[in-house]
Design a protein around this ligand. Structure first.
Ligand code: G3I
Length: 380
């Protein structure tokens, strides 16, 4: 009898233990931080710009993290004109195809970046076979064919396009580019017209940096109104959001939101990263032609990011995401410009060869827990 009792006690104990450990398992699961994409479901997409190794799966770890954390993809380089259409009669679709396949297979909201830009566009685009500048009509034809081909190829899969990128100077005037000098200011409306014709269901965006500067923002609002006046829908403006730890002030970012919303335009934060390094001669934004000479003083964290700065980075991300949440009805997407710190363009701009720490994942593919906590904190 006693033996039976003991056996029964042991059996009960075993059941309790397994329930407890099971509960622990559940407990762990429910307290484990949500993936970013899940934490912001119903609010806005959380995206990441990916490079070729990540798109093709050569960077397996990177690809796993991308699938785990994000629900929107942007191509960091592979849909730019010089990559996808390097020669007049040659398109190079392999990398872009891999990118779109990854996004499609993983059910992501896929972005196309970018159709018309002053940078990374080969010279042949603007010239005839003899090297003479094209006429307006001839350049419009090149533009139309490129857009019809690229947008057409991914119709229904790429859901949103950065149709025109960085057409403005920081003072809000139109940037001098070959597009503008040959076609005229309406090269922008034309690009949108061609993109809309190629995929009427795709979202179309005007994308630029430093839209926290009021003059530049006014320029972007004017551009978007001109496009809309032609009856072409503009789904949102893209504020790239290449920011620093202290600039722009949060109030300036809020004005980006309130001013565009007042003008009837939604806002996506399309290339978010936060440089933690000293300002290089006051260069801000993202003009790829800016270059500053290397100096050790500009590169203080080669041995790792001090905890204090990591905390500042976390707080900065937290306050930005709190703002995005506040205006969630008019924010469609927030996209990090790169997965890990190792991948970031900010290691080489505006100074080549620095060690920057602007993103969510570190160089070992580890999520930066304080940053993650601050970002997820805004959802509670
Ligand atoms: O792939 C080649 C490689 O074959 C070659 O050996 C190497 C030598 O320099 O260059 C490699 O290409 C580089 C490419 O990034 C891929 O790493 C280009 O030189 C370099 O200019 C290019 O920089 C990109 C830059 O745009 C210019 O296209 C950055 O990765 C990319 O992050 C950056 O993204 C832009 C957005 O499109 C628009 N907004 C600003 C943002 C930051 O500049």
């Amino acid at each position: 009898m006693k033996k039976g009792y003991t056996f029964f006690t042991l059996f009960l104990l075993a059941v309790c233990c397994s329930v407890l450990s099971c509960n622990n398992g559940v407990q762990k699961k429910t307290t484990a931080p949500l993936a970013l994409k899940d934490a912001f479901t119903g609010k806005f997409y959380v995206g990441v710009a990916i490079n070729r190794k990540q798109a093709t799966g050569q960077d397996i770890k990177g690809q796993q993290l991308i699938k785990q954390q994000f629900n929107s993809l942007s191509p960091e380089n592979d849909l730019k004109w010089q990559n996808i259409h390097p020669e007049r009669s040659r398109y190079a679709f392999d990398a872009a195809d891999a990118y779109v396949k990854l996004g499609t297979d993983s059910g992501m909201f896929i972005i196309g970046h970018t159709l018309v830009w002053h940078s990374q566009t080969p010279d042949w685009v603007f010239e005839d076979a003899q090297g003479k500048p094209l006429t307006r009509d001839a350049l419009l034809k090149v533009m139309q064919q490129h857009i019809a081909t690229v947008v057409g190829r991914y119709k229904g899969r790429i859901k949103g396009w950065d149709v025109v990128n960085e057409a403005l100077n920081d003072d809000g005037t139109m940037r001098d580019s070959k597009w503008r000098s040959i076609i005229g200011d309406d090269f922008i409306e034309k690009a949108f017209e061609f993109a809309h014709a190629a995929d009427p269901d795709a979202e179309l965006y005007y994308n630029d940096y430093n839209l926290y500067k009021p003059e530049k923002r006014a320029g972007a609002i004017a551009i978007i109104n001109r496009i809309k006046a032609k009856g072409i829908p503009v789904a949102a403006v893209g504020e790239q959001a290449h920011y620093g730890l202290v600039y722009p002030a949060l109030a300036e970012v809020e004005r980006v939101l309130t001013d565009f919303i007042k003008a009837g335009i939604d806002v996506n934060f399309t290339e978010l990263d936060i440089s933690v390094l000293p300002d290089a001669q006051g260069v801000d934004g993202a003009d790829v032609s800016n270059a500053v000479r290397y100096d050790d003083k500009l590169n203080p964290y080669t041995d790792g990011l001090p905890d204090k700065v990591q905390q500042e980075l976390a707080k900065r991300y937290g306050s930005l995401f709190a703002l995005f949440m506040k205006y969630q009805d008019n924010v469609g997407r927030v996209t990090f410009w790169g997965l890990t710190d190792e991948d970031s363009w900010l290691n080489n701009w505006p100074v080549r060869g620095r060690t920057n720490y602007p993103l969510l994942f570190d160089r070992n593919y580890e999520i930066k827990v304080p940053v993650q906590q601050e970002i997820l904190g805004v959802t509670r």
